[in-house]
Design a protein around this ligand. Structure first.
Ligand code: PMT
Length: 407
């Protein structure tokens, strides 16, 4: 187990039966040379006594926000700032829900809001509670907020059930907490397009599609978390800009192309996640189009929009170019076709006809296809939250880049 001596680790213990295992975690972290402090929720103290952790860490254990004596020693904001890494274990469903909502109604949740430490969660709960959509929603939110979820594992549970929800063993948690912080995308510049484009027909009408921007924004947020410098070129969406991301707002495909070309200079990776309208009105009317009185129809002349990703891939100084393929059938065939026809390095082919996936959904699934010499490799990514899919896409892209770059 690699150690980071002197790393300051704050352990927050929740009210779960696995709380007793945290004594072993504290011991392992101390043995590895870390400074360890412990905060317990009120419920956690029903499972194991604070005295145990005081003996193991040599530090007072904090249990209450409104404790004048403890605050006089190291105030809670100071404690939040003290930590390099913070882990909540066991993280109960209730604790996850409160954290996902940004609550600060006890010492532990207050510390989590106040701390800039790298944050980990080790969920532990009954399998049905873990599988509940509310918990899944909270887990997604927490991952989006930058929490790293460790587990849960699968197996026998204290209540007699079998399934996913067991806290990972202290040894596995210690291994993650002791591993050096990995920022594999540090120093890389990424340009990502996201959301739909809007192609004006007249001042009040436009052509567009159902893209919400969630997939592209998830990629941007995760790329920043991996250390990358990210420019996000976004069509009109109702999403907040992820922390640390430079966002450029555009409306039409032509505007998106101009922004993409301007920011592709010196970029290492370009990801075209935007659902760009393939056509626009041949000429957008200056004034609102009026209906005729005779009840007749209307013909709208369309012209092709520029292909943004193909334009970037055709540059002499091209970055590693990743395109998406939104398909309703034959994912692999159409994905391969886009990979070669648009001269891309990787394609994320997603089936946009599956319920609960693709356009507008929180989850997505994909087939990754990438060029390796003369062959095309592929990897299937099953349905999962878009943030997790983003991690898998970035991981594969970084792997391809590292294989391609000279030693
Ligand atoms: O935004 P969400 O609601 O989260 O939904 C995500 C998504 C379904 C929009 C996303 O996962 C996705 O599939 N994005 C690409 C949608 C699309 O336009 O696919 P396409 O198969 O038509 O285009 C292929 C590739 O060419 C894409 O990388 C696209 O960005 C690019 N393209 C297309 C047309 C064009 N004129 N210029 C382009 O650059």
């Amino acid at each position: 187990m690699s150690a980071l001596p002197g790393t300051r680790i704050l352990i927050g213990i929740g009210a779960g039966i696995a709380a007793y295992k945290i004594a072993q975690l504290a011991r392992l972290l101390k043995q590895a040379g870390c400074e360890v402090r412990v905060v317990m929720t009120e419920g956690a103290q029903a499972f194991i006594a604070p005295m145990t952790f005081q003996a193991l860490t040599g530090e007072n254990v904090r249990t209450s926000l409104l404790d004048p004596e403890a605050e006089a020693g190291m105030g809670h904001i100071e404690l939040a700032r003290w930590a390099d890494r913070l882990i909540i274990a066991p993280a109960t469903a209730d604790l996850m829900a409160r954290l996902a909502h940004g609550m600060a109604d006890d010492l532990l949740t207050t510390l989590c809001l106040a701390s800039r430490a790298e944050k980990f969660l080790a969920p532990a709960m009954n399998q049905a509670m873990w599988a509940h959509p509310a918990t899944a929603r909270n887990a997604r939110q927490l991952a989006e907020d930058g929490w790293q979820l460790l587990g849960p594992g699968h197996g026998d549970q204290a209540c007699g059930d079998v399934g996913a929800g067991r806290m990972l063993e202290p040894e596995a948690l210690a291994e993650r907490l002791l591993s050096p912080r990995e920022l594999p995308a540090r120093g890389l510049r990424l340009v990502i397009t996201a959301g739909p484009t809007r192609e004006a027909i007249d001042p009040v009408r436009y052509l567009s599609n159902h893209s919400s921007g969630k997939m592209g924004y998830a990629l941007a947020a995760r790329a920043v978390a991996l250390g990358a410098d990210v420019v996000l070129i976004s069509g009109p969406v109702a999403l907040a800009t992820p922390a640390g991301v430079t966002r450029i707002d555009v409306e039409s495909a032509s505007e998106m192309l101009a922004a993409a070309e301007a920011h592709a200079d010196g970029a290492d990776i370009f990801i075209g996640c935007a659902a760009v309208a393939d056509y626009r009105a041949a000429s957008a009317a200056e004034h609102k189009l009026k209906k005729g009185d005779d009840g007749s129809g209307m013909t709208l002349a369309l012209v092709r929009n520029p292909d943004i990703i193909a334009t970037i891939a055709a540059r002499a100084d091209r970055p590693f170019v990743i395109g998406f393929a939104a398909e309703t059938r034959d994912l692999e065939r159409y994905g391969r076709d886009k990979l070669t026809r648009k001269r891309l390095d990787m394609v994320v082919a997603n089936d946009v006809s599956s319920a609960g996936l693709g356009f507008g959904a929180d989850d997505n699934a994909a087939m990754l296809l990438w060029q390796r010499g003369d062959t095309i490799d592929q990897r299937h990514l099953p349905p999962q939250p878009k943030t997790c899919l983003a991690d898998a896409i970035l991981e594969q892209a970084l792997h391809c880049l590292s294989c391609a770059s000279p030693e």
